[in-house]
Structure formats: C-alpha cells, structure tokens
Design a protein around this ligand. Structure first.
Ligand code: GDP
Length: 296
C-alpha cells in the first residue's frame, strides 16, 4: 500500500511523544528530527521537508502548546494541518466550462497511465451524467488508438479518431468540432508521451493547447517514480501551464514522495489519484483525508 513506510514511522514518532505526557522543547525537537528523516526517506523533496519542519516547529514550540493538557495531541494536530496544506489544502475539483465542451488535455510520459486514466475519467464523468468524448491524439504509439477504442467500447463512450496520418493538432481541432455538434459536454484528449521529455513533443502539446484552449491540462504521472515524478511535472508545467496532476499507481508500493512534494514544488494541485488498472480505480484527491491516513 502507498505510504506504508511513512505512515508507520510517523505513527511511531507520535506514539512515543504521547507516552511522555508533558513535553519539553527538546522532546518536540527530537520528534521533528524523526519526522524530517521519515519524510526524506519517503522521497519527499529536500526543500519541501525543510520548509515543512520549520513551519511545524514554529507552531509547535511555544508555551501555549507545551503547557496544554495534551501537548502531543496538539503537535499531531499541527502536523496534520500542515500536511494537508502541503498537499493543497482543500480538494481541487475538475474544471467545468460554461461553454461546453469542457476540454481536458492529458499529458505525461509514456507509460504513466494517460490512456488508462482518460478512460477512467470518461467513466467517472459518465456516472455523473455527463456525455464525454474521448479523442485519440497519440498517433505515434501504434497501439494507443486501439487501446482507447477498446476502452471506449467497454464504457460505451464514443472515441474520436482520424487514424495516425493526420496531425494531432488537426485531430484535436476536429474532435472539438465533433463534440460540439454531438452534444458531448466533455472532451478528453489523450496525447502522445515519450520516454523522456523531448522538445518536439512539447511543441506539439503546446500547439494542441493553443488550438483547443483546454480548460484542464492534467499531468499524468507514475507515483512510483517519486522525486523524478516531481521533476518531470515541473518541466512540463514550465512549458504547458498544467492545471492539475493525476498520480497513478498509488496501489503500488509507492513511498509517497511525489504526493507530498508535487503541489509545493510546482504549484499544481493533485486532482485525482489512480489506484489500479480497472476502470473504476480513479478517485478525487482529498488532501485532508490523505494526511489523516498517513498519521493513522
Ligand atoms: P500511457 O502510455 O501513459 O498512455 O500509459 P497506459 O495508460 O497505457 O498505462 C501504462 C500501464 O500502466 C498499463 O499497463 C496500465 O494498465 C497501467 N496502469 C495505469 N494506471 C495504473 C494504476 O493506477 N495502477 C496500476 N497498478 N497500473 C496502472
């Protein structure tokens, strides 16, 4: 399960703190040292950890906290609030345009889970009584169009394709027209990914975005890649003005670093987490629930 190591470590730090009753400044400092190590081990960005611990320390060390009846609980509460803030504070919802279709462009490296997540998102929207259209704009990976078509058939969601001989910008533009004419209120564009960031791909993505002016550019990233996920998100964000992040493979044994750092580093909120290969394995991301899960 995601975060298991981090959750276990933090829970043990705080259970030790609770055992002490009254706390001294040294007790809190010692606990925060352990929190810092636990976060670094979970692959959270170094600067993010430093700022996080400084914020908690500022709030936790003071007469008010130390002399309260249950100082350890107050400290845990401060950590909980700061963790929630770190992950974006409140839930960040999917955009909805008042001039449909709402356009969602999916971006990310190859294998991150873009195509699968496009299908999952279509399913989620369909369950909310929307009429999504999926568009296949990944013309380079031979199986990508077919993969999206298969997902569409499973979900009974239409899939717009023009094959692999037309430019992705043209495909996106025609898909938008198709959505407009057919009353699809959401258009989800699955784009190409590469194994690494690549200027030609970035330019293509920027051109698609300039053409269809997405309401959302969701960056899909494999949470297992930890700090690397955050670095790639930052590079994409510089080029594309991402509006949100989808962390995939949260069902795997991810240490949690990406989930905890990506908002602080890029400014982009996590909007969804994917927790499996099945089409219903997509959940909106709630920072407060995630923080509580980590703290047990
Ligand atoms: P794309 O290249 O970004 O379009 O990636 P795909 O959508 O083809 O996904 C790559 C692989 O990751 C596929 O085998 C998916 O089934 C798998 N995958 C996607 N999301 C998840 C997830 O949340 N959990 C797990 N375990 N596997 C996932």
């Amino acid at each position: 399960m995601a975060f298991e190591g981090l959750a276990t470590r933090l829970q043990s730090v705080f259970s030790k703190l609770r055992g002490k009753g009254k706390l001294t400044e040294d007790d809190v400092n010692e606990a925060l040292r352990e929190v810092r190590l636990a976060l670094l081990e979970a692959d959270v960005n170094f600067k993010v950890v430093k700022d996080f611990v400084a914020k908690v320390r500022e709030k936790a060390i003071g007469q008010e906290v130390l002399q309260s009846f249950t100082p350890a609980m107050v400290v845990v509460d401060i950590v909980n609030k700061e963790l929630t803030e770190l992950m974006g504070g409140t839930q960040s919802k999917l955009a909805r345009s008042n001039r449909p279709p709402t356009v969602i462009m999916m971006a990310g490296l190859q294998g991150a889970g873009k195509t699968t997540t496009s299908g999952k998102l279509a399913k989620m929207l369909q369950q909310q009584n929307h009429r999504p259209l999926l568009a296949a704009a990944d013309i380079y990976r031979p199986a990508a169009i077919k993969q999206l078509q298969v997902l569409g058939e499973q979900l009974k969601v239409p899939v717009f394709t023009l094959g692999d001989q037309i430019s992705p910008v043209e495909i996106a533009k025609s898909a938008w027209q198709h959505a407009k004419e057919n009353g699809n209120d959401y258009l989800i564009i699955d784009t190409a990914g590469r194994l690494h960031i690549d200027e030609a791909l970035m330019e293509e993505l920027r051109n698609i975005a300039a053409e269809v002016k997405p309401d959302e550019i969701l960056f899909v990233v494999d949470s297992m890649t930890g700090q690397e996920a955050v670095n790639v998100a930052e590079s994409f964000h510089k080029q594309l003005e991402l509006t949100g992040v989808v962390l995939t493979k949260m069902d795997s044994d991810t240490r949690g670093g990406a989930a905890l750092s990506v908002k602080a580093v890029t400014g982009c909120p996590i909007k969804f987490v994917a927790t499996g290969e099945k089409l219903d394995a997509l959940e909106p991301f709630y920072p407060d629930r995630m923080a509580s899960r980590i703290l047990g």
